[in-house]
Ligand binder design. Structure first.
Ligand code: CAA
Length: 420
């Protein structure tokens, strides 16, 4: 019998401060509706140099182990997905391993492919367990990033930061993955990139949206072909994508999930056999159905709208938002997930929500984590953006969180982690 493998539990970490997106719009002389209705944003996480990608990853991972009472001795793999690396050589995973005092007898590494790196890590963990190589052990996968485009750029309202830690095991209480059905698509493009040494990303914004939609189409069609062959979805009646209870997307900004959902529906409408809308205009009208978006996607976006883009973690913040809102309703139902990383690679996969998902999510305390944050002014946000990355402010870490304290002789030293 095939092993059941997937996500057992998750935890999130976010910077302690955020700006209200309407404050930012007013400060930039932009109609706030452009950021709220046009991009779908509400709040944007703002990190200070003490909350770097390592500190956020370690905080999320420590929170996961504590909240879910995980025995570290059962872990055999630690993967960090990130595009906010702090060193060319020493991975964030080794920092997390040390800060959490994890056992020596385990594999650890970082996975990088823009926002897809977290999913690459998750699939390495899932397939390691599914193959039997894990010999019954679990994996810790952490997605951590700081999305930074710079003040007064078009990307500014789509910044953010944070981390999501995932426990992957043979007890998939949150999501049992449909191993073997994933569809992937890779294309060599320059849509978004961050040359070595630069803190801010370079991005061809509108082109990046098209690259996302193009790669999504390839990935979704790949998944659909396998899901049809296995009889998990079918042509006739509703479209295959409508047979998924929900779909969580990579969310660089919330409006992108709407565009992505329209594209998935267009793939079904273009490929459908039998009667249906038969002009591009008619297909587009059906694809844009607000009712479908509201039913299948809208409720996954609550956390993303309050944090902003977190690159590798964005899809997993959407999964967090979805399960936090609807785990009990979705128990036993199949959902789809779409990961996108610029450069570019997309992967579409599916899984079945577990019966214990609501109980697991209650322990994650997502609303508490968000509610503990402080709203700051645009002036304070600009001050924080201007701080040198290697000179963190001397702040006491909040209980249970880590902070970069100092860089001494090119070694990063962290403080905190004491559990409240
Ligand atoms: N009221 C309501 N809506 C308004 C409005 C108003 N007053 N003014 C504008 N809008 C709408 C526009 O119609 C548009 O909506 P549609 O896309 O549905 O047409 C939306 O607000 C945005 O307006 P613009 O396209 O004019 O915005 P922009 O050019 O200033 O920038 C952006 C938008 C390109 C997304 C920019 O924020 C950006 O470059 N962001 C970073 C790149 C990014 O996130 N790319 C996503 C794909 S790549 C990826 O996914 C990887 C990753 O994580 C980076």
């Amino acid at each position: 019998m095939k092993k059941r493998v997937g996500i057992e539990a998750l935890a999130i970490a976010v910077p302690r401060r955020y700006v209200d997106i309407e404050d930012l719009a007013r400060a930039r002389g932009v109609d706030p509706a452009k950021y709220t209705a046009g991009l779908g944003a509400r709040e944007m996480a703002v990190n200070d140099p003490g909350e770097d990608a390592v500190a956020l990853a370690a905080t999320a991972a420590a929170r996961l182990l504590k909240q879910q009472d995980v025995d570290p001795a059962k872990l055999g793999m630690l993967v960090v997905g990130t595009e906010t690396g702090v060193d060319h050589s020493k991975p964030i995973a080794s920092h997390v391993h040390g800060l959490l005092k994890l056992p020596r007898a385990m594999r650890s590494f970082d996975a990088q492919h823009a926002c897809y790196g977290g999913t690459a890590g998750l699939m390495a963990a899932v397939e390691w367990i599914a193959s039997g190589a894990g010999a019954g052990r679990s994996a810790l996968v952490v997605c951590t990033d700081i999305a930074r485009y710079g003040i007064k750029t078009a990307g500014e309202p789509t910044q953010g930061g944070g981390a999501v830690a995932l426990l992957v095991s043979e007890q998939p209480d949150l999501l049992a993955m449909d191993v073997g059905l994933n569809g992937a698509c890779t294309v060599d493009v320059y849509d978004f990139w961050r040359p070595v040494g630069r803190r801010e990303a370079l991005v061809d914004g509108h082109y990046s949206i098209n690259c996302y939609l193009d790669a999504l189409s390839g990935a979704y069609r790949g998944w659909r072909e396998r899901a049809l062959a296995q009889g998990l979805v079918r042509w006739g009646g509703t479209m295959p994508s409508e047979q998924l209870a929900r779909i969580a997307y990579h969310v660089p900004f919330c409006k992108m999930a709407r565009k992505a959902h329209t594209q998935v529906r267009l793939c079904d409408l273009e490929d459908a056999v039998g009667p249906g809308p038969n002009t591009p205009e008619a297909r587009e009208a059906v694809a844009k159905s607000a009712a479908s978006f509201d039913a299948q996607v809208a409720r996954s976006l609550n956390v993303n709208a309050r944090v902003g883009n977190v690159y590798t973690a964005s899809l997993y913040l959407a999964l967090t938002g979805l399960l936090d809102a609807e785990a009990a309703t979705l128990a036993g139902q199949r959902i789809g997930l779409l990961s996108y990383g610029s450069g570019c690679c997309a992967e579409f996969y599916s899984g079945v929500v577990g019966e214990k998902a609501a109980e697991r999510m209650a322990r994650a305390g997502v609303e508490d984590v968000l509610a503990r944050r402080e709203r700051v002014s645009v002036e304070e946000y600009e001050r924080l953006m201007g701080l040198a990355p290697d000179a963190p402010e001397a702040l006491t870490p909040e209980p249970g969180t880590f902070r970069l304290a100092e860089i001494r002789e090119h070694r990063r030293l962290y403080a905190g982690g004491t559990v409240a």
